[in-house]
Design a protein around this ligand. Structure first.
Ligand code: SAH
Length: 220
């Protein structure tokens, strides 16, 4: 089977359609759209589903995990309101797509996944894309990343029943964390936690559905 190479016109049209869909689903922040325009999602989706990479849907990746839906990546990124000097932690590297988007907005991105295979694959893509400000580790992110803490921003790409205590503690005062919370087999809520001088403010953003945040390391 020969693969059809898209013409420059087809590539431009595909990108325009991708960005149009994001906008129509509520991703309106110019910096977020700019970052998403720079990251080709097709690079992160391989195998059977590669030709669906530009559609607004989650897709299967290795280790039984999923790459998130682009509009959800966009909505989470825009809620995180990343500033150019920020140090960001992402929990749940998966394919690396979300981390790559964040790398265009932040000074430094640390991303962790409990599956070593996913971390290895994501590192290869970061290198190929020359994203030098992203570092991926194999770790249980529900325990935070003490060596690199505190963080200005934390984005969690897997759902816990409650915001994990170590992540709350590693958020700088004035910092923001965006994460899905709720039972893994039900619809979860995307929430935004802002750390204040005296505690934490919570805002509920929208219903979402993510794979569960699991404790310990994965077997592959
Ligand atoms: N952000 C990813 C999608 C992540 S899917 C992307 O852009 O492609 C959720 C990921 O969270 C999975 O890869 C899963 O292995 C990981 N995960 C689940 N529990 C975890 C934990 N405790 N620590 C680190 N990663 C975890």
């Amino acid at each position: 089977m020969t693969e059809k190479v898209p013409t420059p016109e087809e590539l431009a049209e595909r990108k325009m359609r991708f960005l149009f869909t994001l906008r129509s689903r509520g991703v309106t922040d110019a910096r977020t759209l700019g970052a998403m325009e720079k990251v080709d999602r097709g690079v992160f989706v391989t195998g059977l589903f590669a030709d669906r990479a530009y559609e607004d849907m989650p897709l299967p990746i290795s280790c039984g995990q999923t790459i998130s839906q682009p509009s959800v990546v966009g909505l989470m990124t825009q809620a995180l309101n990343v500033q150019p000097r920020d140090k960001v932690l992402e929990v749940g590297t998966g394919s690396g797509y979300q981390a790559a988007v964040l790398s265009h907005l932040a000074r430094r991105v640390y991303t962790v996944d409990r599956h070593a295979t996913l971390v290895r694959e994501a590192r290869k893509v970061f290198d190929a894309m020359d994203l030098t400000n992203v570092t991926a580790f194999t770790a249980d992110g529900s325990r935070g990343l003490p060596k690199q803490a505190p963080f200005d921003r934390i984005l969690v790409s897997a759902a816990a029943e409650d915001p994990p205590g170590p992540l709350m503690a590693e958020l700088r005062v004035g910092g923001i964390m965006v994460l899905p919370v709720g039972q893994s087999d039900a619809v979860q809520s995307l929430i935004k936690v802002t750390r204040t001088e005296t505690g934490y403010d919570y805002e509920e953003l929208r219903p979402v559905r993510f794979v569960p945040l699991l404790e310990g390391l994965g077997s592959e």
